[in-house]
Design a protein around this ligand. Structure first.
Ligand code: ADP
Length: 501
């Protein structure tokens, strides 16, 4: 028979023409092969799929149209067809198009009447694309599960069959297929202490009773404990009947461990701060006791020193440093006592109308040994009354005048003045000492703060101005400082005017 194209058979018999039309209408590519395996006929789909014209195909060994890897399978098909007469199995094989592209096909080979075969190839390109897309999306889901450390599972209620996604195996650190999946096998991986809770959540979902969410521990094959968030719910069919359960798991070990670490750190901090408070209280008590105990012998020293005064001229000279130092020390002890009383929070004031001039004179007298005869100028209206607690106001003035004397060199003047201002009266204590730079003007009222540098050489504990501020604030007033380095400082505070109230 002369090789010919099915389309060129117009001149053939009617029956032949019908066969040609039927062949051309088929979606599959059809090739008539002679006994040597060469193409003697092909239909329209064959030309479309391969992108060849008829003339190029006719006479070609069909084997040559296949990718080399598929040729042994084709040979096997031919052999099988020769032997069994018909091959029902579709073999997946790839053809090469005229433009070099590869076309996946399912190929069947059937012996033809006379000699030769019919080879029918079904184009699988679309199916292969769909399979690739499906595989890609499965891959994406798997990657997403790994990234989110999540997995999902389905339990078929009737068959008891359990299906796990890849993420589940990763979370539980189990090799896929290593053991038969079942609800009991799943529960075996749950920490024994949490198992009952997980079991009832799954059983309730399987029975269609409720959905549940819970955190539970798991024990991985290497004994490591992990934390898993589980959400499980009943699965229904379209008619609403319960088919089983489905759920998701998320590995929350890192979050749980962080939670546990934070809680432990908080607990440590709480007990450390408790201990600090206890130590602080012990320190305050110690300070109060020591200051109190120092007061008595100091009073005795100052008392006996004053008795000695005037007994002999040479004694007076020696008495001056004894009295000055003992007085400085007494002032410091008073400050510490004030400080511990104020810190303990038990100080209340009893304001009344008092004569400011008298109070200033008393405070200066108290400081006389520290002042060493230096005059303090008092500029206040005669008989000025203020509304204050006398003891507290004395502590304020002793601290401010004491600082003025301590931080400025003799014979520079110290001035205590009062003038109306604010809601009442503003009292000021001015010196011509070293002054205080701006950056330290607020901080000097903090407890224990002492300005670094020259003034540190003077004895002090850094609590005097903190005490002043607390006493002033107990009166509802404010204290502040105006100062310029090198030109002295003026401390001011305000009080209510006394007399009328
Ligand atoms: P202390 O005098 O015991 O150090 P204070 O609380 O009374 O504590 O004062 C805090 C700091 O403020 C002092 O250490 C000093 O540096 C500064 N200061 C206080 N009064 C004066 C002043 N009149 N002149 C200059 N500096 C002062």
């Amino acid at each position: 028979m002369t090789p010919t194209d099915v389309n060129s058979l117009a001149a053939g018999t009617v029956a032949e023409a019908e066969v040609v039309a039927i062949l051309d209408a088929a979606a599959d590519a059809m090739f008539r092969l002679d006994a040597a395996g060469r193409v003697t006929r092909c239909n329209r789909s064959a030309r479309r799929i391969l992108g060849h014209g008829t003339q190029e195909l006719l006479g070609q060994p069909f084997r040559a149209l296949l990718l080399p890897a598929g040729r042994p399978a084709f040979d096997a098909l031919i052999a099988q067809a020769g032997h069994a007469g018909r091959v029902d199995d579709y073999s997946r094989i790839s053809l090469r198009r005229s433009d070099g592209q590869v076309v996946p096909v399912a190929l069947t080979v059937t012996p033809a009447g006379g000699a030769g075969w019919w080879a029918v190839a079904r184009d699988l390109t679309e199916q292969a694309d769909a399979q690739r897309t499906l595989a890609e999306s499965e891959q994406r889901v798997r990657r997403g599960e790994v990234l989110a450390a999540t997995g999902s599972f389905v339990v078929d209620g009737a068959a008891g069959v359990v299906q796990w996604s890849t993420g589940m195996y990763l979370i539980f650190d189990v090799v896929p297929g290593a053991s038969q999946l079942s609800v009991p096998a799943h529960l075996d991986l749950v920490h024994p202490d949490d198992r009952a809770e997980v079991r009832s959540a799954v059983q309730d979902a399987l029975a269609g009773v409720r959905a549940a969410e819970l955190d539970h521990r798991i024990v991985r094959p290497d004994g490591e404990i992990g934390w898993v968030f589980l959400a499980v719910e009943p699965a229904h069919d379209a008619a609403g009947a319960v088919l089983g359960a489905r759920g998701v798991c998320q590995d929350v070990t890192a979050r749980k461990q962080a939670d546990i670490a934070v809680r432990a750190a908080l607990e440590r901090e709480r007990s450390a701060s408790h201990e600090l408070r206890r130590l602080d209280r012990a320190k305050e008590e110690f300070l109060a006791t020591v200051s109190h105990e120092l007061r008595t012998p100091l009073t005795a020293i100052l008392g006996f020193a004053s008795l000695l005064r005037g007994t002999a001229a040479e004694h007076d000279q020696l008495l001056e440093p004894i009295e000055r130092n003992a007085s400085d020390m007494a002032q410091m002890v008073e400050r510490l006592l004030d400080y511990s009383r104020l810190e303990a929070g038990g100080v209340t004031i009893e304001p009344r109308s008092i004569d400011l001039g008298e109070l200033i004179a008393g405070s200066v007298r108290q400081l006389s040994a520290s002042l060493g005869g230096r005059p303090v100028d008092v500029v206040i209206p005669a008989g000025q009354q203020v509304w204050a607690d006398p003891e507290a106001l004395e502590r304020i003035l002793v601290n401010l005048v004491g600082n003025a004397a301590k931080y400025s060199e003799r014979p520079a003047a110290i001035t205590v003045a009062a003038q109306p201002g604010g809601q009442g009266i503003i009292i000021s204590v001015a010196d011509e000492g070293p002054g205080i730079d701006e950056e330290h003007q607020m901080r000097i009222f903090e407890r224990f703060f002492r300005i670094p540098g020259a003034t540190r050489a003077k004895r002090g504990t850094g609590v005097g101005l903190a005490i002043v501020r607390q006493y002033v604030e107990l009166h509802g007033g404010m204290v502040w400082v105006d100062s310029e380095p090198g030109k002295g400082s003026t401390f001011r505070f305000d009080l209510a005017i006394g007399g009328g109230q």
